[in-house]
Write a protein that binds this ligand. Sequence first.
Ligand SMILES: [Zn+2]
Length: 383
Amino acid sequence: MLGKNPDPALEQQVAEPNSVIAFYDERVLNHQPNSDAPFLPGRMDRKIRELLSALKVPWVYPEHAGRLKAIHQLLELEPVPGVTFEAGKEASREQLGRVHTSSYLDHVFELRGKNAWLDVDTTAVSPGSVDAAEVAAGTTVAAVEAVMQGRCQSAFALVRPPGHHAEPVRARGFCLFNNVAVAAAHARAELGCERVLIVDWDAHHANGTQDIFWADPDVMLFDIHRSSPFYPGTGNLEDVGVGLGEGTTINVPMPAGAGDRAYLSAFEDILIPAADWFQPDLILVSAGFDPHPFDLALNVSYEGFAAMTSMLQTLAQRHCDGRLVFVLEGGYHLLSLSRGVRTVLAVLAGAEAPEPGLIGIAEVRAAADFHRHAFIAEDPDKP
Ligand SMILES: [Zn+2]
């Protein structure tokens, strides 16, 4: 059951089945770190210059604005019937402060308008980045509000910089603010949610989201990812949370090349029973598309993403009137990223998810029938 809603403007109504809003705000394109730009001088700059100069090929910031442009372009070329678009908004300092410390926020806000490295794992800001990061977190909040208000059954916050590596006090892995965590905390603080389930299927472990809710029994994190030592090297099976939050962190580390069957088994055998026990009143999905083979770490196909989306829809219908919010995390190959997002949106809008691994099976059966007689020995008794 939902708790009492403190804000009458957010009074819930039941959303139309399969109604979907995609949130897209062009201000997130203004985050444009460029390693050739002059950065604030200092120890971090020296360290990173050293790292980059040791590389054999020139380094380009992989998390760039072209990612979102590719998604937007594909959705314009091939619109998904039933999906409408809305712009986002900036997160307030209060919203960000529910998951990041005040000193961290002060430090990041001081970098507004500047080029700077934030972390030795090549997380950087350009002059427009802090504004973009506020809009990424605020747009994720807007997506959650739309679903909680019943304006749509599900939503997809198409945002960057991504969020799931950002810790309470540290930017990491191209992430400044932890968008999904900000939205989950907002849903609990302002929108009447008691229990929020976060499912993270990005190829990389959500070290930041895990840290933020490590001891929190009211936010469950289910994270399936490529196992350590793959970046960021966290998310071992035994890491289950502490104190009251023991058991509400669930890590499922995968070996290189794991694909649809492994992912769907993990959903079937671990996520579904865990969610049925937890009974969330909202489900958030940190959706990265880097488990697709084009990003070279894992082997989840478009049909795999579709099938996982469909299972999450069923879970959301069972527990929370279908309330399901996707938030973009990683995914660096522009084709698999944009196709992956479109595939998820189509399933959210009511398209049937094909069962993975069946493409071509009907054709093989027909071909087998066609060829069967060619290889049967002539019956010697036949007249
Ligand atoms: Zn990732």
